[in-house]
Design a protein. Structure first.
Length: 661
């Protein structure tokens, strides 16, 4: 039997691809996957190429064609609609029929004899008929007979050039010199909520409608309709487990706690239980189930904090001392970040001899809460645990529950953040909090949205957290909170706030730090939600704008546009077909009025130079007519420090009046 010759076709520079296929790219259900590659061969033959793909759980491959766009560059697009781990690869081959057809056309145009070429084509078509279904095979044999016949030359050439013949040959002809890309590339398909959503963080114990006492989960349910009405999708709860009493921290992280001080929820574990238990003051597991059901009824998913650490009173300390690192004197080493000491927290030792049993237990903890209705987890300090552990945990959980979403809370080095994202985290906290100038924001978001890391790392832009009250919010007043809200909600498809501190513009900090004064981490707070300066109206408005405008529901279309004022940030987001285009202009100065000329990329947006277009401010409902690429804006932070403009083209009506769409 003859040995097939090596393929002449080369496939290289395939994108997207993460570490040669070691890690999956990430997409949400139905989200396009644009594939590009360089494909070529020696000589001048015509090539053909496809993307082959299959959904999670499928055995059969599907395919879509790649299109040659010039200079040996090929592009194609497909999407996956089943949650879980899909995959794709590329195939390319010499398209011998297309090569023959191109040569035939050249000779016909040159007036040369093509009798031999038509006979050659007839052989190709007849060979392909043997591979085609009966109905198509009959048509192909008829065409082959015509090409090989002595009938009129023009009739035979016309038959050879018929587009239906080209389609049949492309579909059924043997793929000569076929080569398949040497890797099958994985895709993690996740729910849309992994790409687009608004998060609200709340301490349930501080949600009492009555000042002076802690709330139970049942009592905290009264907040759910209002949070949903503001347009949030996810309600994130800090740890709800029993809190240790040993070395319990007092108000403002003091080392001495009073008898009634509740302690930090992150000091997990007490006599009442550990990571599978509910703090008795909050209620029972049944109460938690009721809370989850009430949240779902309001349209909210519950995100639970996953903090794999223990108080000295955690049952693990007594039952599994081998899971902790011991000092030479026999005591367990508590957490430290010099000069800070966390005597109320014991880290788990992932390098202990019993590491496998420890990992199994922690995976079971996640599955325990999934069984009780939790589908979203915010993971505390994942960068302090092994990468391989997270890779295993997320893989095994998603194999059973592919709709689960994991948010990485890792304010750490960029490469560590990116590697955690590769390990499977659906979303990542970012450095957004510390990016406040025009240059900082432009540089950082260009990196987030337009570097290769975007294939696997999705940003979640929290405007504040219980740990971080940036000085911009401490000293900028109410306008500073408005600025950071609008930036977070429009720069990124996913963002969050820690409330009610944010909507009430809580700006009091321990001097010289980013720590809240009287932080909820260490004491119960009562929040007067009816204060006249609250931002609930603006939050509701911006979340409605996000839901009504698809341009804000993804990250990758972000494009910064120039202006002549360093205190103004301006940027555009649009859908691929430009049916929805938004221009956001935000003042970065919470104290003074700022103005400037915005340079709109009219050609990029498909707007005519010679006709006006309308910009509709979705925050105020005001409408303006602009012309050309340069237009003026003025923002007073004490009124509203931003515009979110919907750009509308002028449409000429057959009824002699114009409108904007």
């Amino acid at each position: 039997m003859p040995v097939a010759s090596p393929s002449r076709v080369i496939i290289e520079n395939v994108r997207p691809e993460v570490d040669s296929g070691r890690f999956p790219i990430k997409r949400t259900v139905g989200e396009p996957i644009q594939v590009t590659a360089d494909i070529f061969a020696d000589g001048h033959d015509v090539l053909a190429a496809v993307v082959r793909y299959r959904e999670a759980g499928e055995d059969t491959w599907r395919e879509v064609p790649l299109v040659h766009t010039g200079h040996d560059h090929w592009e194609g697009c497909f999407s996956l609609h089943v949650l879980g781990r899909g995959e794709y690869t590329l195939e390319a081959w010499i398209d011998r029929f297309a090569s023959w057809k191109r040569e035939l056309r050249k000779k016909v145009d040159a007036g040369q004899d093509v009798h031999s070429e038509l006979l050659e084509g007839a052989a190709w078509v007849r060979q392909t008929a043997d591979r085609a279904p009966a109905a198509v095979a009959e048509r192909l044999r008829h065409i082959a007979d015509l090409l090989a016949s002595g009938r009129d030359r023009q009739e035979r050439i016309h038959a050879a050039m018929d587009e239906r013949l080209a389609e049949w040959m492309a579909h059924y002809a043997e793929r000569g010199s076929l080569v398949r890309y040497d890797r099958v590339l994985p895709v993690m398909v996740e729910p849309v909520l992994a790409r687009f959503g608004a998060w609200y963080e709340m301490f349930p114990r501080s949600a009492s409608p009555v000042p002076g006492r802690a709330a139970t989960l049942r009592e905290a349910e009264w907040r759910l309709p209002a949070i949903a009405a503001m347009g949030f999708d996810v309600l994130y709860l800090p740890p709800i487990h029993p809190i240790g009493r040993s070395f319990r921290k007092g108000p403002n992280n003091s080392l001495t706690a009073g008898p009634n001080d509740p302690g930090s929820p992150w000091a997990i574990g007490a006599a009442e239980g550990g990571h599978r238990a509910i703090h008795p003051d909050l209620g029972t597991l049944d109460d938690f189930a009721h809370f989850v059901a009430a949240a779902r009824q309001a349209g909210l998913e519950i995100a639970l904090d996953l903090a794999f650490q223990c108080s000295p009173d955690h049952p693990y300390v007594r039952e599994h001392p081998e899971w902790f690192r011991h000092r030479p004197d026999g005591t367990i080493k508590y957490a430290e970040n010099p000069p800070k000491k966390y005597q109320d927290i014991y880290p788990l030792d992932f390098e202990c001899a019993a590491w496998r049993a420890l990992q199994d237990e922690l995976i079971d903890v996640v599955l325990f809460w999934i069984a009780r209705g939790v589908s979203v987890f915010r993971v505390d300090n994942p960068h302090t645990k092994p990468f391989r552990f997270w890779e295993r945990l997320i893989r095994e959980v998603k194999e059973r529950h592919p709709s689960t979403i994991f948010l990485s809370e890792a304010f750490t080095r960029p490469k560590v953040m990116r590697y955690l994202a590769k390990c499977g985290f659906s979303q990542s906290y970012t450095y957004f909090t510390w990016r406040n100038t025009k240059h900082e924001l432009t540089e950082y978001f260009t990196e987030l949205m337009h570097s290769p890391a975007r294939e696997y790392m999705r940003p979640n832009l929290f405007a504040n957290t219980p740990d971080i009250l940036h000085e911009f919010l401490q000293f900028g007043g109410r306008p500073a909170f408005q600025i950071r809200l609008i930036l977070a909600a429009t720069l990124g498809a996913t963002y969050g706030i820690y409330g009610p501190a944010f909507e009430l513009c809580e700006h009091r900090a321990i001097p010289g730090t980013e720590e809240y004064l009287d932080s909820e981490k260490y004491q119960i707070r009562y929040w007067d939600l009816d204060q006249p300066h609250n931002l609930c109206g603006l939050i509701t408005r911006i979340n409605r704008i996000r839901r009504e405008n698809p341009a804000l529901q993804s990250d990758w279309s972000l494009h910064f546009v120039p202006n002549d004022n360093d205190k103004l940030l301006s940027y555009i987001k649009s859908t691929p077909d430009r049916s929805n285009m938004l221009l956001t202009v935000v003042s970065l100065d919470p104290h003074h009025t700022q103005s400037g000329w915005i340079h709109v990329p009219v050609e990029r947006l498909g707007l005519p130079w010679e006709e006006p277009y309308q910009v509709h401010d979705l925050l105020t409902d005001e409408r303006f007519l602009w012309n050309g690429s340069t237009n003026f804006v003025k923002l007073d932070p004490h009124q509203l420090p931003a515009h979110v403009f919907r750009i509308r083209r002028r449409i000429r009506s057959e009824r002699d009046f114009d409108y904007f769409e």
